[in-house]
Design a protein around this ligand. Structure first.
Ligand SMILES: [Fe+2]
Length: 138
């Protein structure tokens, strides 16, 4: 699975969020790289835990901006974040139970990549538009 490359199509129009998304993409790419280079379970789990840490930071920051700007889809958006965090924790468990098998590793990296791109291009882009309309400057 090739890594994600950030380009303007991934911009939500708010610098604060775009910059955090770039970091999140880096963390996802680090997992893909660890998987591709067959760096082993320990390294994969380490990159995954960096991803989890940054995801939590980013989601909280995004949710704070949503709350402060009376974003109308706050609850639904938060649910998507919660679901993704649960999935990330499941991945750690799956790796611990199954080991870094090729199948599991590939499933996980493609899931992460797809989820991230779809989330950014979908609901986060909508959020960006609303924030811009409200005059929020990240
Ligand atoms: Fe989001």
């Amino acid at each position: 699975m090739p890594g994600i490359e950030w380009d303007e199509s991934l911009s939500v129009g708010i610098d604060l969020i775009d910059n955090q998304h770039k970091m999140l993409i880096e963390k996802t790419n680090a997992i893909s790289e660890a998987v591709e280079m067959k760096r082993g379970l320990e390294k994969i789990l380490q990159t995954l835990s960096f991803m989890i840490e940054y995801t939590e930071f980013h989601f909280s920051a995004e949710e704070k901006v949503m709350m402060e700007n009376d974003y109308p889809m706050l609850e639904d958006h938060k649910k998507l974040h919660e679901y993704f965090k649960t999935r990330l924790n499941q991945m750690v468990q799956d790796f611990e139970e199954e080991g870094a098998t090729v199948e599991l590793s590939e499933d996980i990296t493609s899931y992460l990549t797809n989820w991230l791109v779809n989330h950014i291009k979908g609901i986060d882009t909508e959020l960006g538009k609303i924030l811009q309309e409200k005059g929020f400057k990240g």
